[in-house]
Structures are given as C-alpha cells and as structure tokens.
Write a protein that binds this ligand. Structure first.
Ligand code: HEC
Length: 153
C-alpha cells in the first residue's frame, strides 16, 4: 500500500514536470509576442503576416461560434484564411511539412463547415476547432488557453 502511494505521488510529480516543460516551451516560442501585445503602440510592420492573420482567424472563429450556437449558416472565410498556407510566420522554423499538413487540414475542415447542413454544424465546428488546437500544440502552445474560449462543450 505504501509503495502504491509513493508510485502515484511520483506520477503526479512527473505530470508537474511535464507541465513545466510544456510551459517552458511555450514561453520560448510565443511569449515574446504575448508581451508585445501588452504594449500599447507597435508599428504594424513589426508583426509577421501570419500573426496578424491568426488574430483575425480568432475573431472569425468567435463569429462562427455564435453562428453555430444560434443555428445560423457560417459566413465565407475561405479566401481570407487560405493565407495560412503562405503567410510569413515570425519564426520561419514553424513552416515545415507538418505545418503544411495541418494548415491544409484546417482549410479542408473550414470548407466542410461552411457547407454544413444545420444538423452537422456543431460536429464540423468541433473538427475545425481541433485543428486550431492540434497545430498550436506542436507549433505555438502560447495562445492555447485563449483559443479554448472558442470551444463549444
Ligand atoms: C497550421 C498551424 C496553425 C493552425 C491550424 C492555427 N494556428 Fe494559430 N498560430 C500558428 C502559429 C505558427 C502562430 C504564431 C504566428 C507567428 O507569430 O508567426 C499562431 C498564432 C496564433 C495566435 C496568436 C496571435 C498573436 O497575437 O500573437 C492566435 C490567437 C491563434 N494563432 C489562434 C488560432 C485559431 C483560433 C486557430 C483556428 C481557427 C488557429 N490559430 C489555427 C499556427 C496555427
């Protein structure tokens, strides 16, 4: 019984460590931008096109959330969001094959969502949301907490 307790304790410790490692990664990859955001005035040319697009995608997804919650059709965002495939990121290293795959998956899910019959709006919204989270988990964990505001239970 004793050993069981200490085993679960060390598991908990491991989880904590894992959390801090993840936190550390997010601080390195995205916190600089978080800090910049807090500063009031920044010339727009200091921000990468992908950063600016992502902020818009966040706002658009807020709009989609309202549409889904009120059972309305989704507006058309395909053209704007397609920039995810080409927009320059702050850190060029994020643009690798897995980024492209997730970006294409994101665009495909957006297309499906925009063409959803009403009864599939919620399910398709959730799939789109999962692409936001999946890419962020591997490429840019910093904004995940903010993105979870877009989740529909
Ligand atoms: C294919 C990968 C990918 C997908 C899909 C993706 N993101 Fe991002 N996102 C990124 C990367 C990379 C950055 C960092 C951008 C930069 O500064 O270069 C970012 C940055 C952000 C930011 C921070 C912008 C800022 O102010 O610094 C927010 C918010 C965000 N994304 C929200 C979303 C939302 C909401 C979705 C889904 C609708 C989404 N992202 C889908 C990769 C992705």
């Amino acid at each position: 019984m004793h050993s069981r307790q200490s085993e679960s304790l060390s598991r908990k410790m491991l989880k904590y460590h894992f959390f801090f490692i993840l936190f550390g990664i997010s601080v390195f990859s995205c916190s600089e931008k978080e800090q910049q955001k807090a500063e009031p005035i920044l010339p727009p040319n200091q921000e990468a096109p992908l950063t600016i697009l992502m902020r818009e995608m966040y706002l658009d997804m807020e709009e989609m959330k309202v549409s889904v919650e009120t059972g309305k059709a989704i507006k058309n965002y395909l053209k704007k969001h397609n920039g995810i495939l080409t927009a320059r990121p702050t850190d060029p290293k994020v643009k690798d094959m897995s980024f492209d795959l997730m970006a294409k998956g994101y665009m495909e899910s957006l297309r499906v969502l925009e063409n959803s019959p009403p009864e599939l709006l919620l399910a398709n919204y959730k799939i789109l949301y999962s692409y936001c989270i999946a890419c962020h988990e591997s490429k840019c964990p910093g904004p995940i907490k903010k993105i979870t505001n877009l989740q529909i239970e």
